[in-house]
Design a protein around this ligand. Structure first.
Ligand SMILES: [Zn+2]
Length: 55
């Protein structure tokens, strides 16, 4: 018996692969091109000021 647990990583990173190319506002749907290196959640919608999410 081995104790090695090889489960999924603890950090939920969601889908791996290509990062979103745009951020979208969940509130009003405004879409802006993503700034590389800046997470969408650190951007705010230019229209309503809501926190953006990855498209
Ligand atoms: Zn908005």
């Amino acid at each position: 018996m081995t104790d090695g647990q090889r489960g999924p990583p603890g950090r939920g990173l969601g889908r791996r692969g290509v990062p979103p190319e745009a951020c979208i506002c969940p509130s009003c749907g405004e879409e802006v091109s993503k700034t590389r290196g800046v997470p969408c959640r650190e951007m705010k919608c230019p229209k309503c000021g809501a926190v953006m999410v990855g498209k």
